[in-house]
Design a binder for this molecule. Sequence first.
Ligand SMILES: *Cc1c(COP(=O)(O)O)cnc(C)c1O
Length: 395
Amino acid sequence: MSDQTPPLAAPELGEPYLLTPGPLTTSARTKRAMLRDWGSWDGEFRALTAEMRTRLLALTGDTENLLDCVPMQGSGTFSVEAMLGSFIPHDGKVLVLSNGAYGLRIAQTLDYLNRAYTVIDKGDYMPPRGPEVTAAIDADPAITHVIIVHCETSSGILNPVKEISDAVAASGRKLLVDSMSAFGAIDLNINEINYIAMVSSANKCIEGVPGFGFIIARKDELEAAKGRSHSLSLDVHAQWSHMNKTGQWRFTPPTHVVVAFLEALRAHEAEGSTTGRGNRYAKNRDCLVAGMRDLGFETLLKDRWLSPIIVTFFCPASAAFDFDKFYTLMKSRGFIIYPGKLTVVDSFRIGCIGQMDEHVMRNVVAAAAESLAEMGVNNAAPPEAALIERARLAA
Ligand SMILES: *Cc1c(COP(=O)(O)O)cnc(C)c1O
């Protein structure tokens, strides 16, 4: 971290840390930035929107001015839908690489949009791999686009986007990336990952508050998207051209959220941009995982696949363990954790993102130890079935 980084302050008294993948714990500065009202048409606010777009583009590694950034009102899912509806032609076909809830949501969205698609469904957490993508494309020449979730937040797996990008490029197809929970902490450099469009949102690794998402796309693809969207409000081309012409959002922007996000982007730069942010999150994860393993907990994923975003732990086998009770005991100690999303074995998740550092993570582990003791769980080891399940995961 650079010297300018403000120290991480605990949330306001009585406010728990959100160990969740967004909304997450934001800094006092980011929250304070919302204490002013802005006219959306005013020159000052237009300048803030322009600065935000420039700062986001600076994180892409785009030195050739290939890309542009289009913010979009709504939660992250709105931006995913906007991206799909705007960049997939009506006669296109998408290969969806799914290994969790967000991949399945993309497939569901394509149903709504009436776009042809096929899914490689790897289940709860197995990673999609390059050779199977190549094989799927070879078997189905109708496929025009491939979409991958960068960090699948439902398990916390960091998917091999470089491997997938190389396979897609070698097959001459186009790549889209849902980098919602990764962008800003894990590099998504356009010179390495050859995407035509990617999407993320305000309340993940940039550490803003919820209220909008943004699409970063190639300008030639933005031009080609004219008239393609199914939706007036989610039309990325229309938002882009209006914003470039007038400096304004087409419809009422979440002004306070935008100003808070810009404050968060300045803090992101001061922390050392994507590298600095990613390093802090990786330390958070390492401290958390080591401490929880000391208590007997096991992670769903092997180390190679663990993202610095969120970690899935198996629930202990002990009959005295009850997740709802554990949740309440953790909350009473100032930490809000997250239920798991696995279908086969019980699990829970702990996020590593937001205004937290390794000192906070040590306190999280201490709170987990106390909560287990209070429930009468003296060993947090998972059931045998969990370890058998995990053994399926490639090394
Ligand atoms: C958070 C997230 C989304 C968007 O979820 P919203 O609840 O609509 O903000 C999409 N994809 C991934 C991978 C996410 O982590």
